[in-house]
Design a protein around this ligand. Structure first.
Ligand SMILES: [Zn+2]
Length: 183
């Protein structure tokens, strides 16, 4: 993806979002996943997580993110419809990409945990599990580091969306506290 990403980004925007004025983007292979910051009007692209979402082609990955920019930040109807519109546009000249996008949207429809809200619920569940029974038994346990690890895994990064990051961190601290009281 490092190679030719500028070209891919420009082509994807021109072909699938012809009326959209492309936002700036930053690519960094040290990051995991992609993020679209609607406040900054900036798209952040990292390596794709190999795990839950499955790797996409660079084109489909960029289209996924741009659909957040032109649609909204979740993976609900608005985003899905914009994705399917791109799939439809790709049908004739790039049927493989078209099929890939359709399948990708389908997976969000079939697995509720893939919607944005559910994804965050899943994250809270993981945080809860990781603190259950451990705290405050080991006082040296670095709560902040554990939380940051989980957020990182979910692709929630401070430099991409500070308000969301802070909000989820705060909720994570509360979960850790609750676990300590339950002990
Ligand atoms: Zn997304």
């Amino acid at each position: 993806m490092e190679k030719g990403i500028d070209k891919t980004y420009t082509e994807v925007c021109k072909t699938y979002f012809p009326r959209w004025n492309p936002w700036k983007y930053t690519y960094n292979p040290d990051w995991t996943g992609g993020w679209c910051n609607t406040e900054q009007k900036h798209i952040y692209l990292g390596r794709q997580p190999a795990g839950i979402k499955g790797a996409l082609s660079p084109e489909a990955f960029i289209i996924h993110q741009v659909c957040h920019a032109v649609g909204n930040t979740g993976h609900g109807k608005c985003w899905q419809n914009r994705m399917l519109k791109a799939a439809n546009r790709a049908k004739r000249d790039n049927p493989k990409l078209s099929g890939e996008i359709t399948a990708h949207v389908q997976r969000y429809r079939l697995s509720p945990e893939w919607s944005c809200r559910e994804e965050i619920q899943l994250l809270y569940q993981r945080i809860k599990n990781s603190f259950a029974g451990r705290y405050p038994a080991s006082r040296s346990y670095d709560i902040e580091a554990v939380l940051e690890y989980h957020l990182h895994e979910m692709g929630i990064r401070k430099e991409w969306d500070k308000p969301l990051f802070e909000r989820v961190m705060q909720r994570g601290r509360e979960i850790a506290e609750t676990q300590s009281r339950l002990r």
